[in-house]
Design a protein around this ligand. Structure first.
Ligand SMILES: N[C@@H](CCC(=O)N[C@@H](CS)C(=O)NCC(=O)O)C(=O)O
Length: 198
């Protein structure tokens, strides 16, 4: 299998970590989405990463579909079977991915518009959403189960993205989240290798 991905992408980091945890090997190909390379857009019309190419050539996207696939081929290593635990995992994955969506929207606003066209109101709105998510998680951090889940990887990946792209803007107000990340790293020593990086 080949994963089209990038080092900084939080959804790519989520999938990289989940695959490692589930014991599934893949070849990683770094793509620049802004260039719309053929290998990406011919396989995913949305031109987004991560996109997983199966050995038979079929593409799988988005990151939730990839994680679900990894879960099935690993015999259920990423999503709990118990209904209550599965519900918590799904919502945590959605919150981690949704937090990343807000952060990406801010980055794209700066990256894709000329400086005089950057819409500060849009940026503020996305940052407000991100801060609400962080405040909720700071008050009520996700409890670790006996094993890590797709939810834990999504949340860790979003925090990793915050660390590289929003450094100094959130850490002081969220000591519990930094503590959660430390506890995650203890449970997942490959964090330093697979986390979002610039
Ligand atoms: N919901 C998608 C989001 C993927 C996504 O937005 N990835 C970004 C990179 S982190 C991307 O490909 N951006 C390029 C674009 O939107 O054109 C997922 O979970 O995989």
């Amino acid at each position: 299998m080949k994963l089209l991905q990038s080092s900084a992408s939080p959804y790519s980091a989520k999938v990289r970590m989940a695959a490692r945890y589930a014991g599934i090997a893949f070849e990683a190909e770094t793509v620049v989405t802004a260039d719309s390379p053929a290998v990406l857009v011919d396989n995913n019309p949305l031109g987004k990463i991560p996109t997983l190419l199966l050995d038979d050539g079929r593409p799988v996207y988005d990151s939730v579909a990839i994680n679900r696939h990894l879960d099935r081929i690993s015999g259920g290593k990423l999503y709990p079977k118990d209904a209550e635990a599965a519900l918590k995992t799904d919502v945590l994955e959605a919150l981690g991915d949704g937090l990343a969506d807000c952060l990406l929207a801010i980055q794209y606003e700066y990256r894709t518009r000329p400086a005089d066209k950057v819409h500060q109101g849009w940026i503020d709105k996305q940052w407000t959403k991100a801060k609400r998510a962080l405040a909720l998680l700071e008050r009520d951090p996700p409890a670790f189960g006996e094993t890590l889940t797709a939810g834990d990887f999504a949340f860790a990946a979003a925090l990793g993205y915050l660390l590289i792209r929003f450094e100094g803007q959130w850490e002081a107000d969220h000591p519990t989240l930094l503590g959660w990340l430390d506890a995650f790293k203890e449970r997942f020593p490959a964090w330093d290798e697979l986390k979002p990086r610039t």
